[in-house]
Write a protein that binds this ligand. Structure first.
Ligand code: AMP
Length: 618
């Protein structure tokens, strides 16, 4: 039965909208949902067709864009306007992909090497974000066709090693395709969720996710505790996958055919026939012991054993990466509780057996390895839809958290993307003699000035016993517990006075707001650095003025009239500089005032040391 929700604000009925899970893959992509009746994750597919949509975009005449199987079939015939592996270009500059540029049969633009790559098709240019958005749009339309309802919200998966730029690019692609991307989640996390891992509250587990696809290999070591997934390490090879298995069979046959290399170079069609036959052989050998085929009246065979001998070095390479991932996570094979298999190439029996032998336990391969990531994304989507409220949604802080310090500067205690639960503390002190209270203002955001960030809470730590400025030690501690609740504590360590407050930070912002704040921090980065430098210079100047004033009041009898006059002039010049927007000028005036005061400050110091020594026996 479909759920009907009531909007409490308006009292109206609203139909619950389906949130889909999307695996946006290098080779194939697909959509999954939680079936409203069975409550089980299912991959969406049209009758008699595969759930997999090849991640290939073809640009035809008159601007017609085709995505999927039809586009894939044109890869060999129209290589320059049929785009595959756009995922490999997400968030990358030409410099990043330069060494692999020859692997793409289409044109990648390198006119401005530091900006993001673009792909040229005819006289048009496409960013990887746009290319991915074509794939996502196709997936969205297919899903709408199958579900017979609009699909506007999605969870999209990305490799665990994707950096911020790549994650942002994926989000943007979703937006461009008309999708509200509620969350980007890691592929290995999704695969684990599809196996129901991490859905029990008390569960503590270490998981190895082995993902061997068509062209890429990734291994991730994850830890789940209290419903929080943490990526301990990742490793892999971005150019190792099922295609390499196909190539070794193709090579084996091409050599045994007795045909010269030039024949294949001149006959691309023949090469393609070998390629397709080799893939068919590989797939067949996952179930049978031998395979035969005829290509242009030549008979070729291969046994499972022969294939395994050829494939072993490739499989060993993946195991080597697993060993490295374990090492980086500070673990050994015995520490791993569960192994999850992802990607079509894990159907190869040698792969399964080798991985099980390496970890010393059976692997999880019950769920379709092509669909497992999308199915897990659907599980996450369902959690976001509020259908599984026990489960924790947050595993990292989306924005930095900090407090306001002198001059309105943001002092970050917990940087964004920190894993939760997390604790951080820092010591502060008072600015004025006898100051009895400190105001702690908590902010969230990436900008250097708190006024550009979002205020979450504010409280006063009062009752600090009178002490000279700089003497009290106020420790401000932030703790985000597993439920995402931030607790801020302030304690004056000498007197033990303390005060705390609870804030719920993350829930207050929508993903769009978080995005906007991040974007702002990038756009304003330069400006922020300049402002921070100016604020710091002003604070330093103000402090110097105050301390000089204090010094003169105490030691006026030590100064010559000339020194007094010079000091007053330098202080005035500094005072004036503080009202201007020029940090270099402020620094210059600080230096000048220091120059003037240095001689008498040194005399005062000598005298103080002298009187301290008086009467003391050495
Ligand atoms: P993926 O990128 O996860 O979609 O993986 C696709 C890869 O899995 C391709 O290289 C396929 O040839 C390979 N694959 C699919 N089915 C099988 C199978 N039954 N046996 C071996 N490899 C397979």
């Amino acid at each position: 039965m479909a759920k009907i929700g009531i909007n409490i604000a308006t009292g109206s009925l609203q139909k619950e909208e389906m949130i889909v899970g999307i695996d946006l893959g290098t080779t194939n992509s697909l959509v999954a949902i939680i079936h409203p009746e069975s409550r089980q994750p299912v991959a969406l597919k049209e009758h008699n067709s595969s759930s997999l949509v090849p991640s290939v975009v073809h640009f035809g005449d008159a601007g017609i864009v085709t995505v999927g199987e039809q586009a894939r079939e044109l890869l060999v015939k129209e290589p320059s306007n049929t785009i595959f592996s756009a995922k490999r270009l997400m968030g990358k500059s030409y410099n990043d992909v330069r060494n692999n540029a020859h692997l793409f049969s289409y044109k990648i633009i390198d006119d401005n090497t530091d900006s993001l790559v673009k792909v040229q098709v005819g006289d048009k240019f496409y960013s990887p974000v746009e290319l991915s958005s074509f794939i996502l749009k196709e997936l969205k339309e297919r899903a709408e066709h199958i579900l017979k309802t609009p699909v506007t919200k999605a969870v999209i998966t990305v490799p665990a090693y994707f950096n911020d730029a790549q994650r942002q690019a994926t989000r943007d692609a979703g937006k461009l395709a008309g999708l509200d991307v509620l969350r980007i989640i890691n592929e290995p996390t999704a695969a684990s969720l599809a196996y129901g891992l991490g859905l029990q509250k008390e569960e503590e587990k270490k998981i190895a996710v082995y993902d061997l696809g068509g062209g890429t290999f990734d291994v991730s070591i994850l830890q789940i505790s209290n419903g929080i997934f943490e990526v301990l390490s990742t490793n892999g090879d971005t150019y190792l996958g099922g295609d390499d298995f196909d190539n070794i069979i193709r090579q084996y046959w091409m050599e045994s055919s007795g045909l010269e290399k030039e024949v294949f170079e001149n006959d691309k069609q023949l090469l393609q026939e070998f390629r397709l036959a080799a893939e068919a052989a590989k797939k067949a050998l996952s179930k049978e012991d031998n395979f035969s085929v005829t290509i242009r009246e030549m008979a070729f065979t291969i046994t499972k054993q022969q294939f395994e001998t050829l494939a072993k070095p490739l499989v060993d390479k993946t195991l080597h990466a697993c060993a490295n991932a374990l090492k980086d996570a500070g673990l050994t094979q015995q520490d791993i509780d569960t192994i999850v298999m992802v990607g079509g190439s894990t159907r190869v029996p040698l792969v399964k057996e080798s991985v099980a032998a390496f970890f010393g336990k059976p692997v999880h391969d019950e769920v379709n390895p092509d669909e497992v990531v999308a199915l897990g994304a659907a599980v996450q989507a369902d959690i976001l839809a509020g259908n599984n409220r026990d489960f924790l949604l947050l595993d990292i802080t989306p924005l930095s958290l900090g407090i306001e310090t002198m001059g309105g500067l943001m002092d970050v205690l917990i940087p964004r993307n920190s894993k939760i639960p997390i604790k951080a503390a820092r010591q502060y002190t008072t600015q004025k003699d006898g100051q009895s209270g400190i105001r702690v203002s908590v902010f969230q955001g990436e900008r250097d000035l708190v006024k550009d960030n979002r205020k979450l809470a504010e409280f006063n730590l009062s009752g600090i016993p009178g002490m000279p400025a700089g003497l009290p030690k106020v420790e401000v501690g932030f703790l985000i517990n597993a439920d995402g609740i931030l607790v801020v504590k302030a304690k004056e360590l000498r007197s033990g006075v303390e005060q705390s407050i609870e804030v719920k930070p993350q829930y207050g912002l929508t993903d769009e707001e978080v995005e906007k704040m991040l974007l702002d921090s990038v756009t304003h980065a330069k400006e922020d650095i300049a402002t921070r430098a100016l604020v710091e210079a002003r604070t330093e100047g103000e402090q110097l003025l105050a301390s000089t004033e204090g010094f003169i009041a105490k030691h006026v009898q030590m100064l010559t009239p000339q020194e007094l006059q010079d000091t007053a002039a330098a202080m005035q010049a500094l005072q004036l500089a503080l009202t201007m927007e020029d940090k270099d000028l402020i620094h210059k005036k600080i230096e000048e005032l220091n120059e003037v005061s240095r001689p008498y400050a040194e005399r005062a110091m000598d005298e103080a040391v002298g009187s301290a020594m008086k009467g003391k026996k050495i």
